[in-house]
Design a protein around this ligand. Structure first.
Ligand code: ADP
Ligand code: MG
Length: 395
């Protein structure tokens, strides 16, 4: 069921409490090195301000102790940057729901913005504390969640705050709405054939995703280092490849559950060292000699995966096919990215490194959706229901 968004509610002269993800990277001088997360929240922020709403923003930043204000985790740099981008003042409260928050919220005018200090300065945030939540909930008429990267968590600002605002509008921001549309709604009723392609470092990170996608996809293609754990499970030789011996049994289980649906590599590009200029060899899958390790899918596999991806109507991709940071072992990942970009399927890219790879290769604009949440996207692909999303108003 689609959720109501910020566009669906009248915000004029009302106070909107919006959870955003301003968890931006800072350098040693406390300067923001990448403000993408702030920019991504702009459509929701501007939607409130342009319609004369009063806007109170809240976010966490990094991992403070939870014992109060710590300068190095202050959201001040985010307030300054947001003010530059919006070209209007952004007030910063010195606390999170305390006296200064109340004083500044009381004088906030329509079209003005107030950013609260780092939610995690108060340890009650991550405990989902109700009293803490109440101090925030009482500030506003409308709750808006636009922090997708935190949607799989049960922090107070994500769950207890909107719970305390029951009866008032509780809606999603545009960023969260888009993530739900692709990672949840599209996957619930995919156009078929529906193909998932999974790679990356470890099987253990993606067990839940493989399990869930095996139940809803027509094909699940496996690449990356995790293919070698599956290869071990089939009795193959993996040389010095990165494997998880304690996950072999689980891989056997997944192989049995997946049957024909699960497609493993047929060949491997391996090297005698973890370096670009190592001695290289292309071997059949499960025939990696001692002294060599698998570093990418081989060319036959890339061709096979490309063929399957070409006929797909919906594609989900998570995890690179090889060590894409180290050419020529980026070839498999490139081939897959290109096949997805050039196909006309609905294509959804989840995961930090896969998103980085598609960006780096210049294909990001040619896919339907690149997810912004690492852990949250994985959890959604696992089919997990998020309390923070479930409680939002439906259209
Ligand atoms: P994502 O962030 O997209 O979910 P992961 O974090 O699971 O992806 O995995 C990405 C990492 O996996 C990359 O750093 C890549 O180098 C590594 N990787 C992929 N294939 C191999 C391999 N054959 N051997 C070692 N590392 C690999
Ligand atoms: Mg990663």
């Amino acid at each position: 069921m689609p959720k109501k968004t910020i566009a669906d509610v009248d915000v004029a002269n009302k106070t909107v409490l919006m959870r955003v993800d301003f968890n931006v990277p800072l350098d040693e001088q406390g300067e923001i090195t990448d403000d993408r997360r702030i920019r991504m929240a702009l459509p929701s922020i501007e939607s409130v301000l342009q319609r004369n709403g009063r806007l109170i923003l809240m976010s966490h930043l990094g991992r403070p102790d939870g014992t109060g204000y710590q300068k190095e985790f202050s959201l001040r740099p985010a307030a300054v940057r947001l003010s530059e981008i919006l070209d209007r003042p952004v007030a910063l409260a010195a606390d999170v729901g305390g006296d200064d928050t109340r004083a500044k919220a009381a004088t906030l005018q329509p079209g003005e913005v107030l950013l609260l200090e780092n939610l995690r300065f108060d340890k009650r945030e991550q405990k989902g504390d109700r009293e803490f939540a109440q101090s925030l909930a009482s500030l506003a008429d409308i709750y808006c969640n636009d922090a997708f990267g935190t949607c799989h968590r049960k922090d107070a600002s994500m769950v207890a705050v909107p719970e305390a605002m029951a009866g008032k509008p509780r809606i999603s921001g545009f960023l969260v709405a888009k993530e739900i549309q692709y990672l949840s709604d599209v996957l619930a009723q995919p156009e078929r054939p529906f193909v998932a392609i999974l790679g990356g470092a470890k099987v253990s990170d993606k067990i839940g995703v493989i399990r869930n996608l095996l139940t809803i996809c027509d094909r699940v293609l496996i690449g990356g280092a995790m293919a070698y754990t599956f290869e071990l499970a089939r009795g193959g030789k993996v040389g010095g490849s990165k494997v998880e011996p304690d996950k072999v049994e689980l891989a056997q289980e997944l192989l049995a559950a997946g049957g024909e649906k699960l497609v493993l590599p047929v060949d491997t590009h391996c090297g005698d060292d973890f370096r670009s200029d190592c001695r290289k060899k292309i071997v059949a899958a499960g025939r990696i000699p001692d002294g060599f390790q698998g570093l990418d899918i081989g060319p036959d596999t890339a061709r096979r995966f490309t063929e399957i991806l070409k006929t797909a109507r919906t594609v989900v991709w998570n995890g690179p096919m090889g060590v894409f940071e180290m050419p020529p072992f980026d070839a498999g990942t490139k081939a897959v990215a290109q096949a997805i970009a050039e196909g006309d399927s609905i294509s959804i890219i989840g995961g930090g490194d896969s998103a980085a790879a598609i960006e780096q290769l210049g294909y990001a604009d040619m896919v339907t959706h690149v997810s912004t949440g690492g852990g949250a996207s994985l959890a959604m692909l696992e089919g997990e229901k998020f309390a923070a999303v479930e409680l939002l108003d439906e259209k």
